[in-house]
Design a protein around this ligand. Structure first.
Ligand SMILES: O=c1ccn([C@@H]2O[C@H](COP(=O)(O)O)[C@@H](O)[C@H]2O)c(=O)[nH]1
Length: 278
């Protein structure tokens, strides 16, 4: 199968640089006039899929909001993933998994093995047990054209204590993660399949991103306070593979499908301008 990096590169060229999250917060369910139960969850997710699935490059369901309803919520997640695939958007499941390698292998099978009911195009992963512990995910992703986005500098204020800490060789933890991703992506064209998560809220990163050759997922736009203009501050000249991500900012326009589409179109326009893409 074609690599995730190549598929993402094409999707962004065709649909614009935007990832929209499906984050059915209880407050959003209420605002949309939906019940805070599996039925409300299902209606919320279907509305987003119908409005945006054939429009935005990447849709990112946040697993936590589905898991909160137990097995029935996970069933809605599986169905949402299938519907998104049918509409043509790439599906990035935000699950932030990480563990010892043998367990990561099981996570990899759950999300990156085509026969799995929760098979997606890409997942988010945590490198806290070492980037190398995620190797089974990288291997399965390479085998089946999947992608993995590794947390590097997260959008939340608490992240900096760990991620900007200095390692024994003088690099920050974030830089060490980025350098390992760069090695995994070396030589890939047009783009590697292993990405980094770098929040749009983090300000200057102090990191060298020039060799990463992979997608840079930028959450934190909108509800967490960052604007598209902040992308230039965070990513400097490394803008070509930035994938801006919005959840509540776009979802807040729902449940009207036209209003959701208009909010996504505004986000794409803002991000294109900030990233200087035509
Ligand atoms: O550093 C990170 C990594 C992931 N996220 C996730 O993105 C969305 C953000 O939602 P908003 O409504 O746009 O704030 C959410 O699912 C987070 O878990 C992040 O925010 N920061």
């Amino acid at each position: 199968m074609e690599s995730f990096g190549a598929r993402l590169h094409r999707a962004v060229r065709e649909r614009g640089p935007l990832c929209v999250g499906i984050d059915p917060h209880p407050a959003l369910l209420a605002r949309w006039g939906l019940t805070d139960d599996v039925d409300g969850l299902d209606r919320f997710a279907r509305t987003v899929v119908d409005a945006l699935g054939d429009r935005v490059a990447v849709v990112k369901p946040q697993s936590a909001f589905f898991e909160r309803f137990g097995s029935h919520g996970v069933a809605v997640l599986e169905s949402t993933i299938r519907q998104l695939r049918d509409r043509g958007s790439l599906v990035l499941l935000d699950v932030k998994r990480g563990d010892i390698g043998s367990t990561v292998h099981a996570y990899a099978s759950a999300y990156l093995e085509p026969s799995s009911p929760m098979y997606v195009d890409a997942v988010t992963a945590s490198p806290f047990l070492g980037v190398g512990s995620l190797t089974p995910m990288f291997e399965l992703a390479a085998e089946h054209g999947g992608g993995v986005f590794v947390l590097a500098l997260t959008s939340n204020p608490e992240g900096a204590t760990v991620q900007r800490a200095t390692t024994a060789d003088g690099r920050t933890v974030a830089q060490a993660v980025i350098d390992e991703i760069a090695q995994l992506n070396a030589g890939a064209e047009p783009l590697g399949s292993i990405g980094a998560v770098i929040g749009a809220t983090v300000g200057e990163t102090g990191c060298d991103l020039s060799a990463i050759n992979g997608p840079l997922l930028a959450p934190g736009l909108g509800a967490q306070g960052a604007t598209a203009a902040d992308l230039r501050v965070v990513f400097g000249t490394n803008l070509s593979a930035v994938l801006p991500s919005y959840s509540r900012e776009v979802l807040g326009a729902g449940p009207d499908a036209e209003a959701l589409r208009a909010a996504a179109d505004r986000a794409v326009a803002d991000c294109r301008a900030a990233l200087a893409m035509s």
